[in-house]
Design a protein around this ligand. Sequence first.
Ligand code: PLP
Length: 500
Amino acid sequence: MAVTSSLESNRVQELDQLLQLLHPRILSYVGSGEVGSAEYEQGTLGSYHEPQVLKEIFTGADGISEKGLQHDQESLMRNIDNVLKYSVNTWNPGFLDKLYASNNPIGVVGDIILSLLNTNSHVYTVSPVVSVIENYVGRKYAAMFYTNNKTTCGGLTFSGGLWSNITAMHMARSLRFPETKTKGNAGYRFAVFTSKHCHYSVEKAAILLGLGSDAVFKVVINADGTLNTQVLDETITKAVADGYTPLFINATAGTTVFGLYDDLTAVAAVAKKHQTWFHVDGSWGGNVVFSEKHRHRLNGCEFADSITTNPHKMLGVPNTCLFLLVPQVKHFQTANSLSAPYLFHGRDNDDENMDLADGTMGCGRRPDAFKFYLSWLYYGTAGLRLRVDHAYAIVHDFVTKISKIPGFQLVQAEPQCLQVCFYYIPQKFTSTNYTSITRYVSRELHRQGKYLMDFSPNPSDDKHGEFFRVVFNSPILTDTVVDDLIHSIVAAAENAPFTE
Ligand SMILES: *Cc1c(COP(=O)(O)O)cnc(C)c1O
């Protein structure tokens, strides 16, 4: 008997219908977060709902059924409307909570094309175009950092900061101690060195690679919060005397809480002295490379053996899009391929690897590089530069304004990156620990659906409790938004129903 199927028999027509239903919804969703558009409403950021409320909406009677909703467009659209209604609308300028900001029109297009292609950039045969594009954009991006290795450098995407950082640590072990590829840690007690302010992914990477978190030495910081390189040098010397083999030094370009930049030139010198792999975690701050004005913060990055950097944060490429960059692109394969390493020895860079998964520890991969390519193609280098410079200008505007208003107190006098850490202390407040007021204001502005902004404890000194950490990363922010934000913080704090 013939096996026929009508399961997906009218795909063109079906897609057309769904897109027609979606089109106005998509535009009105974006419009509701677009200051100046007819649909704009300040409360549309989305206010906080307890998980129980959302469970009732999405898992109850309107949840997954035996029959499905394929032939019940009304219920399907009700469900999609609820997804939009109860999600955080990151197109709203009040979304100041995380290190990423809103998506943009070309970003949506990039995701649509990737979904349409539904390809997997592990081998060239199934993903020819996006593989060529990933190598192209990886090299072009890496060349901005590796100014001395412009023709040999390159980059690949990984699924998150942790996966870039762990791949870097693994490559350090694999390239410097090749026997570890077959023998595990091969009797070495490897050690990792990083600052107290580093991202937790460095410690997780050490755990995953079997080094253990005790092998991570968190070096003390200078008064300004950056890695103290003299103590770093002494810590490594002592660890060697204690029987450790130094494997990996992590410096951060843009720390997660404060946005601090470690002195990369000084760290590079220590790494060279101890012949240790020098990694820069630039997940957050690496993209200042696009700014003529601010790229000096990365001075010394050209000496790094690997750099993590993240177009989905500062550059507004849709989540997720994250690169690991290296000065010699062939190192990806030497370190990660299961094929005999001799295959790649002396390979010149003209034979680019086109089966990209061979340069990673993974198999299937989403072609995230394509979204970065499309944004860069669309805005040009000049457009990305403007984006970064604009964000710094907004930070400057906010800091200048709050410095003149009593009650505001900066945790750091001069922010280095795009987040501002500060307290607001109401006139009648009596306690010297400000956690209660910080949390209250943050929740109150979220409840009003106006602003979503994070708060954080101080990683080096928690005398005064938690402070606001507001991220000014979005190109749609203006001084009007800044003024309203300041006004909203002051109003919420001064009207708080408690004084300690
Ligand atoms: C955000 C961040 C990471 C993790 O990156 P994800 O893309 O969120 O996984 C790692 N390191 C630093 C310094 C970060 O700011």
